[in-house]
Structures are given as C-alpha cells and as structure tokens.
Design a protein around this ligand. Structure first.
Ligand SMILES: Cc1cc2nc3c(=O)[nH]c(=O)nc-3n(C[C@H](O)[C@H](O)[C@H](O)COP(=O)(O)O)c2cc1C
Length: 175
C-alpha cells in the first residue's frame, strides 16, 4: 500500500492565495541586520497579537535570507509602508536582490534598520517562533512604536490599493 503523504489538502496553493487575497491588508517590510548586513522582506501577514505585553505576529517564508537573519539576531523591525512607498514594497519582494542598494536607512534604538518616512514602524525582539507549513511564524515583542501622518499602502486581490477613511468613528467598545 502506498503511504499517505502527511499533508493532504483539497485546497490548491493558488486557491488559498487568491481566496485569502480577499482579506484586505496593509503592506510592511520586515527589516533586520545580521553581521552588519541589512536584510528586508515585504510582508502582509502581519497582525497584532496582544496589547499587554505588546506582541505582534508575522509569517516569513522558510529559507528566505530575511527569515534566517531574524532568527539569527533575535531582532527585527516592522516598517508599515505609506501609499507613496509602493516602489519599496516591490523592491523588498524581489527574490535575491540587494534590497538596500542606494537606499537611505535610519538605525533604530535596538540595532535594526528602519525605512525613513514609513507610515509607522515598530522595533521588536523575537519572543518565540515556530514552523507552520512552509512558513516560520514569528511572534515579536514590541520595544518601540512610532507613527507618522499620511496614508497607508493597501493590498487586496493581489494588487496594491489605497485605503480610504469612511469618515465615522468605530464603535465605543474598540477603545
Ligand atoms: C504584498 C506582498 C506581501 C507579501 N507577504 C509576504 C509574507 O507575509 N511572508 C512572506 O514570507 N513573504 C511575503 N511576500 C513575498 C516576499 O516579499 C518575497 O518572497 C521576498 O522577496 C523574499 O525575500 P528574500 O530575498 O530574503 O528571499 C510578499 C510579497 C508581496 C508583494
């Protein structure tokens, strides 16, 4: 009898990608520095996990240079991109490229590279990480958080998008 593969799924990877693509997100770049070399990767798998302590979560492809650098250093920054930074989302999504060539960066208080003029950035230490399927789930404890005025970059249905404010406050319970 042929052994069953350990993972059997009726949902194909492209179906998964397309369907989850209906969940509108922002776009961020995870940055870190390992042995003096900066690394970065565009992500949209970012979510807040806890307020006390402040924790966030991001899923990074196994084997990517940035993934290995994040686990090696135990530190990273999340740079939430503004609507004017689509070019940076593309730059940091290009596999194998020298993502930082000619790019000005700021050094954060916790030895991580920060992208100037991002819509927001957060500096984190790795609280824990674990493998889930083909990604590494990284939970970061936030040490520093900074916001700026402007408009965020959005991502929906595999395309960059704008995020518009509907002009009314969320329900009271949100705060
Ligand atoms: C909008 C967008 C969102 C992405 N989100 C993720 C993500 O959450 N996790 C991930 O591992 N890769 C994500 N990617 C793909 C990586 O950015 C890409 O594979 C990266 O360049 C690999 O970096 P490397 O050169 O270090 O291997 C995303 C790409 C785009 C354009």
């Amino acid at each position: 009898m042929t052994p069953r593969p350990s993972t059997v799924s009726a949902v194909e990877p492209m179906t998964m990608r397309r369907t989850m693509g209906r969940f509108a997100t922002g776009v961020a770049v995870v940055t870190t520095s390992s042995g003096g070399v900066p690394h970065g990767m565009t992500v949209n798998s970012l979510t807040s996990v806890s307020l006390t302590p402040p924790l966030l979560l991001v899923c990074l492809t196994l084997g990517a240079r940035t993934t290995d650098a994040v686990t090696a250093t135990g530190r990273f920054a999340i740079n939430i991109l503004s609507a004017r930074q689509e070019h940076l989302a593309l730059r940091f999504a290009k596999p194998g490229a020298d993502h930082f060539a000619g790019l000005d960066i700021i050094h954060g208080r916790h030895q991580v590279p920060i992208i100037p003029d991002a819509f927001a950035h957060l500096e984190c230490t790795v609280e824990r990480h674990f493998v889930a399927g083909d990604h590494l789930v990284v939970i970061g404890e936030v040490l520093e958080a900074c916001e700026r005025d402007g408009e965020p970059l959005g991502f929906l249905g595999g395309r960059f998008s704008t995020v518009t404010d509907r002009g009314h406050e969320p329900a009271q319970w949100f705060f």
